[in-house]
Design a protein around this ligand. Structure first.
Ligand SMILES: *[C@@H]1O[C@H](CO)[C@@H](O)[C@H](O)[C@H]1NC(C)=O
Ligand SMILES: *[C@@H]1O[C@H](CO)[C@@H](O)[C@H](O)[C@H]1NC(C)=O
Length: 525
């Protein structure tokens, strides 16, 4: 290649001697194979070559436009910072990811302008947007907040959005061990926009947070979202006994009476189908955010208690294949974020796998995870990366597959590359696009409740499975497993099972456990 087009980034990929050029403005990625030496002493001795594009390899990528951002901090003493600073920008068509402004934690030097102020400019149209803050982002100053939202102002802004304050009450359940000392993060989603993820540390009425049976109040300030429709809450699993039994979250606008609270119970999601003949299970009680209990998830998305089936959560089953090359495995924390036509997911750190292998991300191994969130529409790209921590951080990612039973789709994302700061392009994070989208059978979810009787020896530790028979056929054999202790005497357990087809009205259930104990004989109900 003689010239590198302006604003394009070139990178040499791992497998093929070739040049790949991506132009972010047009979203076009072109590949120029080479497979030749550039060496005076080798082959034909040329040290300059003309390469031609292999048009069949041309790919469409997301178009990206450059913006310029200026940030001024005040000249008050100690107004600078060496903490990582993130920014996220919301527009009419969506929002950006969280963008780190100071890689390597470089200082933001106090400037000459007396206000915290930012200017954002679209470098193509030259449109400018101003954001005025004039407040601290400090856990020990002002209202102790470390996240601020600012509304855009400027000549091209037709309507300046108002600010709003939300009162959030987090209710921990009454069960033994219900409380947690882990860090809890919350994000509110409204009709217009969301609050971004906020660490809940600044409680209005308790010092010891998230204790059994407590209700902790927080205030969250943000650009108005109109009505709050969804709450995402998670914890980071830090500390011993970090498991948390969350009962519900209440949200109202600050200043409104308590009767205005919208209740978001922490319930099991029902991925029930819209097909007729389906079993509608009752709404279930609250659940754990605990890697050793229930489904092991540490994040839940909560919907108002009176919400519609159409608003319910979808499950995204993520399979990560680590490549089968030497030293492919990693000990780092891996995260993934999915982008769909309608929305995107949280940047989910993959802490608890579904297939529960002892070590994660080992050479040639497939690790499976589930992300439960709203319907983001057809998945069109994803970002995957790791935090580069641990004894062996370097990772060779083979491929990613995403199964979305409710969409009836499977997305395949080949990667075949290192995520290693010392290999190839040195990146720890990559953006992947699906090479294939495959139709899969739409799955139907049933919720199964099982009551173990109250007689001596009624419990079992065997693997229990069942088969459901309906007017239109029967399901395959379904195993009922959980991370919690199940099938204890005089207790009820709830399971979710996935089946490939509706069986019609349920008539008969065959159930048995694999070995030993009462119930080792199959029984029909
Ligand atoms: C904190 O506020 C909540 C909601 O108003 C209330 O239920 C709870 O009892 C309060 N806790 C304390 C310790 O005052
Ligand atoms: C439920 O869905 C219907 C139809 O999509 C909609 O008109 C209605 O407002 C929804 N109700 C709630 C509580 O969201």
């Amino acid at each position: 290649m003689r010239h590198k087009p302006a604003a394009a980034e070139a990178s040499v990929t791992l497998q093929q001697p070739e040049v790949v050029i991506l132009c972010p403005f047009t979203g076009i990625q072109q590949t120029f194979p080479c497979s030749n030496w550039l060496d005076e002493k080798k082959a034909d001795g040329l040290i300059e070559r003309q390469l031609y594009e292999m048009v069949s390899l041309r790919k469409k990528r997301l178009k990206k436009f450059p913006w310029s951002l200026w940030v001024w901090t005040t000249d008050l003493k100690k107004a600078g910072t060496n903490s990582p600073i993130f920014i996220q920008i919301y527009g009419q068509k969506g929002r950006t990811d969280e963008i780190l402004l100071n890689p390597n934690n470089k200082w933001f030097k106090p400037g000459i302008i007396e206000k915290f102020r930012m200017t954002l400019m679209n470098t193509l149209t030259k449109d400018k947007y101003n954001f005025n803050c004039n407040r601290w982002l400090d856990a020990n100053e002002d209202d102790n907040e470390i996240v601020r939202e600012m509304t855009a102002e400027g000549p091209t802004v037709r309507r300046i959005m108002g600010m709003a304050r939300y009162r959030v009450t987090v209710c921990t359940g009454e069960l033994e061990g219900a409380g947690t000392d882990a860090n809890v993060y919350l994000c509110l989603f409204g009709d217009v926009g969301d609050t971004g993820e906020r660490l809940l540390y600044n409680c209005r009425n308790n010092t010891d947070l998230f204790e059994k049976g407590n209700a902790d109040e927080f205030t969250i300030e943000s650009v108005t979202m109109r009505k709050v429709r969804r709450v995402r809450i998670r914890h980071d699993g830090k500390g011993s006994g970090s498991g948390w039994f969350l009962e519900r979250v209440l949200v109202r606008e600050e200043g409104q009476p308590e009767s205005d609270n919208v209740e978001f119970p922490c319930l099991r999601t029902q991925e029930d189908s819209e097909e007729p003949g389906e079993l509608t299970a009752p709404r279930l009680p609250t659940r754990w955010l605990d890697k050793d209990k229930d489904d092991g998830q540490l994040v839940r998305e909560l919907l108002p208690s009176d919400s519609n089936a159409t608003l319910k959560n979808f499950r995204y089953h993520i399979s990560l294949k680590t490549g089968d090359v030497p030293a492919a495995s990693t000990d780092s924390r891996v995260y993934v974020k999915l982008y769909g036509d309608k929305s995107d997911t949280i940047k989910q750190v993959l802490l608890v796998s579904d297939n529960n292998l002892k070590d994660y991300f080992e050479r040639g191994q497939v690790d499976e995870f589930t992300l439960e969130t709203l319907n983001i529409g057809p998945v069109n790209r994803l970002v995957i990366g790791h935090d580069n921590m641990g004894m062996h951080a370097s990772w060779f990612l083979g491929s990613v597959q995403i199964h979305v039973p409710r969409q009836g789709k499977q997305y395949i994302f080949p990667a075949n590359r290192w995520l290693d700061k010392d290999k190839a392009d040195g990146r720890l994070e990559v953006e992947l696009y699906p090479s294939d989208v495959v139709d899969i059978q739409k799955l139907i979810h049933y919720e199964v409740e099982i009551w173990t009787g109250d007689v001596g020896g009624a419990s079992t530790t065997a693997r229990v499975y069942m088969q459901i028979y309906g007017e239109e056929g029967k399901t395959e054999v379904l195993f009922l497993s959980s991370r919690s202790k199940v099938f204890e005497r005089a207790s009820k357990d709830t399971f979710q099972v996935c089946v490939g087809k509706a069986v019609g009205c349920q008539q008969r259930v065959r159930q048995m456990s694999e070995s030993g104990g009462i119930g080792s004989q199959p029984g029909e109900l």
